[in-house]
Design a binder for this molecule. Structure first.
Ligand SMILES: Cc1cc2nc3c(=O)[nH]c(=O)nc-3n(C[C@H](O)[C@H](O)[C@H](O)COP(=O)(O)O)c2cc1C
Length: 305
């Protein structure tokens, strides 16, 4: 056993796992999920809607922000507004959307990413398709649907429903242009002690490396994958940072949504879900300063310890 593996063992491989195969189900969802932009139009059935609402009711986000997440269903809302036009035709035939209203602050944007991705994983486990939308949706339509307060914003929505058996042509084209099936190699995302020093599987140990692999598979705006994780304290801490790419900065000016923070919340959801399923102890906190040496352009989000 290598040095790193010992460190992982020390910091709690024996942590309690998510019970009753629930963890396995969510790990499978992390591994199988992809974005879908064409749906059959079938409304969510009662069990599907109830399962999503239960996850909303049980939701605990890392920073405990005040989030107002709603499941908007075409047939329930009675609104004629949730048509293909509400997504400028990017998503077609979706019977429902998950949408969150927040007061946009660093922690609430991160929590929103965490909460919506928790719902995405549940939807995937139920066999439904999903697609995050940060740019391709009408903020006017969804603001009205959510009856947005003056200080509230709707940074993102998620389409959810039974996807078509095969991908539509426009979906295949969008996946091609966003490079959706690809992910950066672990050596560009995960580091030991300081950014730039790749964390190998031998150093990390099998459990921690599997958890990190689940972060690597996370969806991100334009598939930018601007999260970085630095392991410190010989494996007892995992420090999450983000970078704001040039693309993200310009998107932020146009749509007023900080995708780097939403993506960070999604990455935290994948890390926590996998850690609980695989028995890696810990929880997220933003109250402790990072130990990893600062690197240009990296913004600290939280530490898992
Ligand atoms: C915060 C966020 C915003 C996104 N916004 C859009 C969008 O506006 N339109 C779109 O078609 N896809 C959008 N996506 C989907 C990404 O393009 C997709 O997740 C990424 O390319 C990876 O592909 P995959 O989800 O199939 O793994 C968004 C994803 C995230 C996480």
């Amino acid at each position: 056993m290598g040095e790193g593996e010992k460190a992982v063992e020390n910091q709690g491989d024996a942590a309690p796992k998510t019970p009753d195969g629930a963890g396995e189900r969510l790990l499978e969802a992390i591994r199988s999920r992809t974005s879908w932009r064409s749906y059959t139009g079938r409304p969510l059935n009662r069990d599907e809607a109830a399962a999503l609402r239960q996850v909303m009711a049980d939701m605990e986000t890392p920073f405990g922000s005040d989030l107002r997440i709603e499941l908007l269903q075409k047939d329930e809302s009675g609104s004629a507004a949730l048509t293909n036009r509400a997504t400028y035709g990017v998503v077609r035939g979706a019977p429902a959307f998950l949408a969150g209203a927040i007061r946009p602050e660093k922690k609430s944007l991160t929590d929103l990413g965490f909460a919506l991705e928790t719902l995405v994983l549940e939807a995937t486990a139920l066999g439904l398709g999903t697609c995050w939308l940060g740019g391709s949706f009408s903020r006017d339509v969804f603001s009205r649907e959510l009856r947005l307060g003056e200080d509230e914003r709707v940074p993102c929505v998620v389409a959810v429903g039974e996807h078509t058996p095969a991908r539509a042509l426009h979906d295949r084209a969008m996946r091609f242009f966003a490079g959706s099936p690809k992910r950066k190699p672990a050596s560009e995302l995960f580091f030991d002690t300081a950014p730039g020093r790749p964390l190998t599987e031998t150093m990390a140990g099998e459990t921690a490396f599997q958890v990190l692999e689940c972060v690597r598979l996370a969806p991100s705006a334009a598939n930018a994958q601007e999260w970085r994780i630095v392991r410190t304290c010989g494996g007892r801490r995992f420090e999450l940072f983000v970078r704001r790419s040039t693309w993200m900065k310009s998107a932020q000016r146009v749509v007023e949504a900080d995708f780097a923070l939403i993506d960070a919340g999604i990455a935290m959801c994948h890390f926590q879900t996998a850690a609980r399923a695989l028995g890696l102890a810990g929880s997220w906190t933003a109250k402790e300063a990072p130990l990893a040496a600062a690197a240009d352009g990296l913004e600290f989000i939280a530490v898992w310890r």
